[in-house]
Design a protein around this ligand. Structure first.
Ligand SMILES: [Mn+2]
Length: 457
């Protein structure tokens, strides 16, 4: 937990930004897997963690902006609870650690809300919170998202987007645990093994360093499938293994790193060409990071490097800027360059992606690739973002575009045939925007062909 002062100041900043009314921050409950008492790993809501710090189920909190009153609602543990889960500090003791001096039984919350003239709440994403809010506020479940407070959403996004020095320490720790996960994968990857054997080694490192997974592991010889969670393939010589995995540290901050490594000890020449192109995209993008530049510009810069490289390989031909404008690159990189990261791996996505990554005047494109860009607006000092270009050969997508005669004037479909079984490459790091540029978070993780091969020998 951060210091008591951190939480008090965070709530004071929020109060000033919201101005008036009652702010409601819902905590998360346990989530059952197959019956009530057999639950998934517990994860507290990130807004609750940010303003109230307590990682326990069945809590909710209010901040009355007008009176300044702050209350955490929750029920004290009974002897029956203590028999099963052991002795616990009282809710009042927990609340004092985050500077809240009033607690009330959970059942009192609805009365408090009923008396309020205006309740600010964030869009609920868990079903139990949807049901509760619907009942308490008499809003149909389907309308909750639309009735959420834009004032509160914008205030939280503005505040949580700028990471404090103590948050950067936590994010670096998360990246350093993530680094251990990736080093383990590089050491353990071997032809003949099943993917899930490596997945086990990756997960083990997160646990070994007191963390957990920030999101389900993507580790696959089919890297061209972007979010591939199938881990049952036998790895074979000559394939690439794409590892997109990250730790959540004990303070619940996330790391999100991708490396692509050869299943054999060394990259083939063909793999090296594609890998080095993605590396060039990533380094060009990282070097462009600074306050004031829009992340959309950086995304387009990486895609320009991509098209130049593909042109040199003879896979596309034509004027680079024309291809970029028309969206030829979508066939090869059908996703965005990156996203904000913090307490959430896609930071604050519960509040709405466009509030986090867009602003008035920057609209979301409908073009393949750009439409999945989660962060498009100007970067500011204190932002932490992922930089994760990729290059994929997706046979199904290639076949579709070819059948539609799409961009036949630019794309050399015949040359592309030789890459049908190539797979995909993605390289991802987490970067802090500083007043005069950027800082790649965490200790370096092998990234060049030479560095990766050195670990594979
Ligand atoms: Mn990512």
């Amino acid at each position: 937990m951060f210091s008591i002062q951190t939480y008090i100041e965070r709530r004071n900043t929020l109060k000033r930004a919201v101005g008036s009314g009652l702010i409601l921050i819902m905590g998360n409950e346990e989530a059952p897997m197959n019956y009530t008492d057999n639950t998934y790993r517990y994860r507290q809501d990130s807004n609750f963690l940010y303003y109230f710090g307590i990682s326990l189920p069945n809590l909710a909190a209010i901040v009355d902006v007008d009176s300044g009153e702050e209350i955490i609602f929750g029920d004290e543990f009974t002897m029956d609870d203590i028999i099963w889960v052991g002795p616990q500090p009282t809710l009042a003791e927990q609340a004092r650690k985050v500077g809240v001096y009033r607690t009330e039984p959970y059942g009192k919350l609805s009365e408090k809300l009923a008396k309020a003239a205006q309740v600010h709440f964030t869009p609920p994403y868990r079903y139990e919170n949807k049901f509760k809010l619907s009942q308490w506020l008499a809003i149909p479940v389907a309308q909750l998202k639309a009735k959420a407070s834009e004032t509160l959403i914008k205030a939280i996004v503005a505040q949580r987007s700028i990471k404090s020095a103590e948050e950067i320490v936590q994010l670096e720790e998360a990246v350093n645990i993530t680094r251990e996960m990736h080093l383990a994968a590089m050491r353990e990857t071997q032809a003949g093994k099943k993917e899930y054997e490596i997945v086990a080694a990756i997960h083990a490192k997160a646990l070994e360093f007191g963390g957990e997974l920030a999101y389900p592991i993507i580790y696959s010889i089919n890297g061209q499938t972007l979010h591939n969670h199938y881990h049952g393939n036998v790895m074979t010589e000559g394939k690439l293994a794409l590892n997109d995995s990250g730790a959540e540290n004990s303070m619940h901050y996330a790391g999100d790193i991708t490396r692509t490594i050869p299943v054999s000890k060394k990259f083939t020449d063909k793999q090296k060409e594609i890998y080095n192109l993605v590396l060039q995209m990533q380094l060009s993008a990282i070097n462009a990071l600074k306050p004031g530049i829009t992340y959309k510009e950086v995304h387009l810069l990486a895609n320009k490097v991509l098209l130049q490289g593909l042109s040199e390989l003879g896979l596309v031909n034509g004027d680079i800027d024309t291809m970029l404008t028309e969206g030829v690159q979508g066939l090869f990189m059908p996703h965005g360059l990156g996203h904000a990261i913090g307490l959430d791996v896609h930071d604050m996505e519960d509040l709405g992606e466009n509030y986090v990554g867009y602003r008035e005047g920057i609209d979301r494109s409908t073009q393949l690739g750009l439409k999945s860009l989660r962060m498009a607006k100007e970067l500011e000092a204190g932002h932490v973002i992922t930089v994760e270009p990729g290059l994929y050969f997706i046979p199904e997508l290639i076949d579709k575009w070819k059948a539609e005669n799409k961009f036949t004037n630019f794309i050399n479909y015949q040359a592309l045939d030789k890459y049908r079984d190539f797979g995909g490459v993605r390289i991802e790091d987490n970067c802090l925007i500083t007043p005069d540029g950027y800082q790649v978070l965490g200790k370096p993780i092998p990234k060049t062909v030479e560095e990766v091969e050195a670990l594979r020998s």
